[in-house]
Design a protein around this ligand. Sequence first.
Ligand SMILES: Nc1ncnc2c1ncn2[C@@H]1O[C@H](COP(=O)(O)OP(=O)(O)O)[C@@H](O)[C@H]1O
Ligand SMILES: [Mg+2]
Length: 371
Amino acid sequence: MANVHLEGIRKVYGALPILHGIDLEIEHGEFVVFVGPSGSGKSTLLRMIGGLEKITGGTLKIDNKVVNTLDAADRNLGMVFQSYALYPHLSVRDNLAFPLKMAKKSKAEIAVKVKEAAALLQIEHLLDRKPKQLSGGQRQRVAIGRAIVRQPQVFLFDEPLSNLDTELRVQMRVQIAKLHQQLGNTMIYVTHDQTEAMTMADKIVVLKEGRVEQVGTPHDLYHRPATQFVAGFIGSPRMNFLPCSLTAKDERHVEVEVDGGVKGWLPIQALTAERGQKLTLGVRPDDFVAPTGKPGELTLDIEVDFVEHLGSATYLYGTTLGESIVARSPNDRFHVGRQGRVSLAVASTDCHLFDTSGRALPRLEAPQSWS
Ligand SMILES: Nc1ncnc2c1ncn2[C@@H]1O[C@H](COP(=O)(O)OP(=O)(O)O)[C@@H](O)[C@H]1O
Ligand SMILES: [Mg+2]
């Protein structure tokens, strides 16, 4: 086990800056997920931690030691990538044993370690097979097993489940999370899939264009996104955004008018924003409720043009005030199967506001959907 500390980490390819000074503290035993769109620099950052890519600037510490120029092999890391990179001519047993043979471990020790890893990953019955005789999920488990056998202090994963079909991905996600519980290692996991990030991470690092956009628990990022980018990236279906403007404010509240007419007070602090300023209202599809008519909610009339039934939930797709909108139906019988108009409300405590630069205005009360 080890902590990982990044200070002002930069990467430049040729003359092209890719990472612009990343500061990050990863604790002992933490499961940290780097998430962001393709090209945001996730793999580059992970590869620099792994010693596969030169660090242009800044300081990288693993287990409190500066390792900027230490060889990958000497960093005591286990790495798993999207491509399994198993040796095709070796059996599963020999693939698992390979890193231990390279480390000149005794035959007896190798046998024990291979057996332990195989048991942990439930691949004992596959030990005599060759990689081509395995399914995608089985191969990925062998690749993980090969990273485990040397008991590295930190695991690095780069999109390890991207080649698997949906069902298997969900299974492997649970397996990796359980593995983390059992081993208690520090794990750094890269994915572009926000669902993977939300379900697996202790701490999520959202990257955008080579910069850290926000660091926090899944709960923080969902309920208190710091930017409109994070708000839109985390959560599915995506948060709805409606243009609005500030019509009044006091110290702890703002009144906004959504373009097209709906007005309401929100427990959000606008320190710098002034009356008339353009803002963006953010409402999660899952935060809609049946209107009660009581104060403290914003009611939107939605013109529904499509109803999606998922069994556990029903989503209504349509438009409100000229913008497209998605809302989870408050109950299954609410407007099922019919097209037309429906009124839905959102608690003012569940509303988000963003300024024109995309920064979130601070929400002062716990969201209703929090509990
Ligand atoms: N070897 C390289 N040479 C030049 N540019 C690179 C190289 N590797 C990655 N990049 C660029 O760095 C950026 C970040 O890439 P990457 O870290 O792979 O992103 P991600 O893993 O988030 O999709 C991209 O714009 C990519 O084109
Ligand atoms: Mg990548």
